[in-house]
Unconditional design. Structure first.
Length: 232
C-alpha cells in the first residue's frame, strides 16, 4: 500500500522519533535481538526474496541468493560478532593543550532517525545492508524501497513488519519522485543513506544541506570493460 499522504508520513516519522527518544534502541540486548530476528526472517523468506527478484529483474535464483540473501546474512553475522566491541568506549590520548593529565574516551552514540532510500538494481541488498548498520548503531529507521521493483517492495515490507515494532523500523511505499521531496522538505532526519543516480543524489544532498543533515551517497558511475575479439 502506497504511503504518499503527508499525514501518514507524519505519524510514521513521529513514531520513529518518539521511539528513539525513549532510549529503547540503545541497549546491547535490544540491538542483538533485532539483528537476530531479522536474520531469521530473511532466511525464512529467502525463497520469496529470490522469487521476487526473478519477477522484478529476471534475476537467476542462484545469483539472487548470493547478492541479496547470502550477503545480507553475512553482514548481520559480522555486526553481531563485533557489536560488543563497537559499542565499547574507546580510550584516546588527551591533547596537552586542552586538559593535561586527564584520561579521554570516545563514547559512540546513535544518531537518531535514519532515512534509507534504496535503488531498483539491488532492491533487497541495498535496503537491508544499510538497515543492519543503522539498527546495530541504535537508530530508528525509515525505509523507502524502490517502487520500480514491486515484488521486492512487498517482501521487504512484509519482513520489516514481521520483525520490527513500527516505531523502530518502518517502510514508506510509493513513487520516489513524490515521496522524496515530501520526506526531505517536511521532516528532519539525523542521517540519510541514498543509493541511486548522481542527479537525484545531488537533489538529496541539497535538501539535506538545508537542515545540516549528514548524508551517505552511493551513486551510479561508469563500468570499465575491455572487449577482446577472438578469432578462431
Amino acid at each position: 500500500m502506497k504511503t504518499e499522504n503527508i499525514s501518514e508520513l507524519k505519524v510514521k516519522y513521529e513514531g520513529l522519533r518518539n521511539y528513539f527518544d525513549s532510549g529503547a534502541t540503545r541497549a546491547y540486548d535490544f540491538r542483538l535481538k533485532a539483528l537476530t530476528l531479522l536474520r531469521k526472517s530473511i532466511i525464512k523468506h529467502s525463497d520469496e526474496i529470490t522469487s521476487a527478484l526473478k519477477n522484478d529483474l529476471n534475476k537467476p535464483e542462484f545469483e539472487s541468493y548470493l547478492s541479496d540473501v547470502g550477503v545480507v546474512i553475512k553482514e548481520i553475522d559480522q555486526n553481531i560478532k563485533n557489536l560488543v566491541s563497537w559499542m565499547k568506549p574507546k580510550r584516546v590520548p588527551t591533547p596537552f593543550s586542552i586538559f593535561p593529565g586527564y584520561n579521554s574516551q570516545i563514547h559512540y552514540e546513535p544518531k537518531g532517525v535514519v532515512m534509507i532510500f534504496a535503488p531498483w538494481n539491488y532492491p533487497v541488498n541495498l535496503v537491508f545492508i544499510p538497515l543492519v548498520g543503522a539498527i546495530s548503531a541504535g537508530n530508528t529507521v525509515m525505509v523507502k524501497p524502490a517502487h520500480e521493483t514491486e515484488f521486492s517492495c512487498n517482501i521487504i515490507d512484509k519482513i520489516i513488519k514481521e520483525v520490527f515494532d513500527p516505531g523502530h523500523v518502518t517502510t514508506v511505499l510509493g513513487e520516489g519522485s513524490t515521496l522524496g521531496p515530501l520526506l526531505l522538505d517536511n521532516f528532519r532526519f539525523d542521517h540519510i543513506f541514498f543509493t541511486g543516480s548522481q542527479k537525484v543524489g545531488s537533489f538529496v544532498m541539497s535538501k539535506a544541506a538545508e537542515k545540516l543533515v549528514p548524508v551517505t551517497l552511493e551513486l551510479g558511475g561508469k563500468i570499465l570493460q575491455l572487449l577482446i575479439k577472438i578469432v578462431i
